[in-house]
Design a protein around this ligand. Structure first.
Ligand code: RB5
Length: 151
């Protein structure tokens, strides 16, 4: 599986550590922003890059990190076809993969520690979408998007 990563200036170290962690588990990790320590990155820029990569099928899923994880989530969800979930604990991470077919997970580097972040990713990437009744609900989400895109 290929995973696209993005962060703003609040999460540079967390992104590097999580990319290393997930690479070690056999995932192919691609960095979608060139931010270096000491530089600033507005989170919607990184969110858009990763969300568009997921939508285009360049990567299977995305991980977006900022101070709270919230700005990344709001921005990524503006891209049609993206279902970004903001998670601060493993239970929600597992359930959003199983029930919402989330294709991006966002976390706050100022909210969760690195070991908890690793557990959250383990749950998110270890779970599969269950389909069935959940597919119908995901389809209803897509319908909202399509209705508003026509306006
Ligand atoms: C940057 O200071 C901060 O606003 C950002 O990382 C994030 O928390 C936004 O949601």
């Amino acid at each position: 599986m290929m995973i696209g990563f993005g962060c703003d200036h609040a999460a540079i170290e967390m992104k590097a550590e999580l990319m290393q962690y997930m690479s070690g588990k056999g995932y192919e990790c691609i960095d979608y922003d060139p931010i270096k320590p000491g530089e600033k990155m507005d989170y919607p820029i990184a969110a858009r890059a990763v969300a568009e990569a997921v939508k285009a099928g360049e990567v299977d899923k995305g991980v977006l990190l900022c101070g709270t994880g919230i700005g990344m989530c709001i921005a990524a969800n503006k891209v049609p076809g993206i279902r970004a979930a903001h998670c601060s604990e493993p239970y929600s991470a597992r359930l959003t993969a199983m029930h919402n077919d989330a294709n991006i997970i966002t976390m706050g580097a100022r909210v969760v520690g690195i070991e908890l972040a690793k557990m959250i990713l383990d749950e998110f990437f270890g779970a599969c979408f269950e389909g069935g009744r959940h597919q119908n609900r995901v389809d209803l989400i897509t319908q909202i998007e399509e209705d508003y895109c026509r306006i």
